[in-house]
Structures are given as structure tokens and as C-alpha cells.
Ligand binder design. Structure first.
Ligand code: COA
Length: 165
């Protein structure tokens, strides 16, 4: 019998990718063979970084792991999952506050594609308070984000907000 290849998609805005997202990626690689980290369009968000910048930051954060592919897509997540012959969607749940939104999205995605499962990951305790918008806010007011993102991301945040090092 042919061994089953587990292929998953971890989608998000990644504006920018944080060490929390990285933690979810590394944990997912313990049980999937291939992972597509995909920048998706969240219609409710106006991103700070361009798609190209965000793709580059994700590549740096995963350090060229051959099991990880980094992509951008427009449209429905379930269509992207199908087109890439994956069958799992990875999401991170950091706190109870994430749950309602994630639960709703998972059920909507199931309505759209019955055979695609959503897997919720619990990130490390050290990263549960991190979110991209808080990172942007701290950087904007010249706070230290070096323990929250890849060093290159920290530099680019400082540059975006006109903070000279
Ligand atoms: N560590 C750190 N931060 C985390 C995290 C973790 N482990 N897990 C989630 N987050 C944060 C993100 O940084 C983000 O924070 P922010 O709002 O402060 O920027 C927030 O939690 C959730 O954002 P993210 O994971 O990027 O997802 P999202 O909510 O922006 O996007 C999509 C959700 C893109 C997956 C969804 O909009 C989508 O599927 N879009 C495609 C269109 C579609 O199919 N729509 C129907 C969906 S039912």
C-alpha cells in the first residue's frame, strides 16, 4: 500500500510572521510531511507589509526547510487547499478569545469542503500573547520586538516606522 502523505496548509495574513507563527509551523511539521504556509487575503485587514516582503519574512523564519513551501493566494482557502491536493488546514489557538472566530471559520470551511479538516494547534506558552498587530504597535512606538520576530523582521519594522538603529 502506498504511504499516505499528509499535506497541510497554514494560512494567515502573516503581517508580519512572528515567533508564535513559527512555533505553530515547527509543531505542525511533527505530524505533516509537507506544509504550505500561505499568505491569504483577509478582507478585514489592510496590511503594513507587501506580499513580497511577507513571503520573504516567512522564508527567513522557516530557514529553508524543504518540507515547507511559501505561497500567496487570493480567493477561498478551501479552493487553495484543494488545488494543492492538501486536506488539512492548520490553525493556532492561543486563548479562549481565539476560539469563537476559529470555530466559525472551521465550520464555514467544512460547509464549503466536507473532506478538508481543520487542525487546531496549541502554541508554546511563551508565544501565546504574541499577535502581529501588537508587534506592529510596539514597533511603531519604538518598543523592543527582538524577542517576538525574526531579526530581519525587527529591522524592517523599525525602518517602516522610521526608527533609526
Ligand atoms: N502566534 C502569534 N500570532 C498568532 C498565532 C500564533 N500562533 N496564531 C494567530 N495569531 C494572530 C495573528 O498574528 C493575527 O493577529 P492580528 O490580528 O493581530 O494581525 C491573528 O492571530 C489572526 O490572524 P491570522 O492567523 O493571520 O489569520 P487571519 O485571521 O488574518 O486570517 C485567513 C484568516 C486569512 C485564514 C482567512 O481570512 C481566510 O481564510 N481568508 C481566505 C478567504 C476565505 O477563505 N474566507 C472564508 C474563511 S471561512
Amino acid at each position: 500500500m502506498r504511504p499516505v502523505t499528509r499535506k497541510a496548509v497554514y494560512a494567515g495574513s502573516f503581517d508580519p510572521i512572528t515567533l508564535g507563527h513559527r512555533d505553530v509551523i515547527l509543531r505542525s511539521l511533527r505530524f505533516v510531511d509537507r506544509l504550505i504556509v500561505a499568505i491569504a487575503v483577509n478582507v478585514a485587514k489592510e496590511p503594513l507589509f507587501s506580499v513580497e516582503e511577507r513571503l520573504e519574512f516567512i522564508r527567513l523564519s522557516v530557514e529553508g526547510d524543504p518540507r515547507v513551501e511559501v505561497r500567496f493566494f487570493e480567493g477561498l482557502l478551501v479552493d487553495f487547499v484543494r488545488q494543492n491536493e492538501a486536506n488539512l488546514i492548520i490553525r493556532g489557538i492561543r486563548a479562549v478569545s481565539d476560539f469563537e472566530y476559529e470555530f466559525q471559520m472551521a465550520l464555514m470551511n467544512r460547509y464549503l469542503a466536507e473532506n478538508i479538516e481543520t487542525v487546531f494547534m496549541v502554541p508554546s506558552v511563551e508565544t501565546t500573547y504574541i499577535s502581529s498587530s501588537l508587534v506592529r504597535q510596539v514597533a511603531r512606538f519604538r518598543g523592543d520586538v527582538s524577542g517576538l520576530v525574526h531579526p530581519r523582521v525587527a529591522r524592517e519594522l523599525a525602518r517602516k516606522y522610521g526608527v533609526s538603529e
